[in-house]
Ligand binder design. Sequence first.
Ligand code: PEP
Ligand code: MG
Length: 281
Amino acid sequence: MDDATAAAGHGADLAGLIRTEFLFLGRDAAPSIDEQEAAYRSVAALAGRRAVIRTLDVGGDKPLPYVDQPAEANPFLGLRGLRLALAKPNLLRDQLAAISRVAADHPVSVMFPMVSHVDELLAARHFLDEVGNPSPAGLEVGMMIEVPAAALKAAAFVPHLDFVSIGTNDLSQYALAAERGNEAVAASADPLDPGVLRLIDAVCQAVSGSGVRVAVCGEMAADPAAVPLLIGLGVEELSVGPYSVPVVKQAVRNLCMSACRELARHALSLPSAAHVRALVE
Ligand code: PEP
Ligand code: MG
């Protein structure tokens, strides 16, 4: 709620990533459909514009006491995000029911995290159709692209989506095999690495001309060095923390599109993140 208030006050055009897991963590039982509806409704009203509600993104690293889940040796590669939601469909069904209720009278998008396979997206969409039938007219459906394989086969998801949002925090950790939050490898996980930029480029190319919008919602979107590259690759929406909104908007207004395209093409051919940062500077 604090973030939504700050975002609205700082000129955000929409709420690009509402991390609903905060509503589910630190308690003994899952929130009811009514409780979820009330929470999503208040955030959507505060944001005042479209609210992108991400379904539960928890798992081995953020366990829920009321979900029976065995400990995993590699939780970031385990049952997390949409995988967990599909394994525990009651949680997902309730959440989608709450989101559908809010979507009946607010512009709302639902977004699925950590999708690796088209079948997972179709299964999630099936639950959405089940709980919100008929589907609210303004409800848009999107997915996060955080898994490198999903980035490379983005075209396969396009027919089933209104938008994609690239989660560069996770995409970088998986692409560079460097766990996020592990300080010993933090320097290896720079999303400006040309390998990560190529994945973002692959997504932008796959959705280009399809009508599916492409956003970036990882921390990278607020990095002044990354902004011209993302715009140049074809990213249409940047989702940043509330206090970064004015700075990023101003940075975008000062950019020249054709120069950004040229800069981004050049960056893709460089050997390292350090080279890319030097180029942007
Ligand atoms: C991301 O992975 O980039 C992202 C925005 O999701 P989260 O940081 O919540 O994992
Ligand atoms: Mg993520």
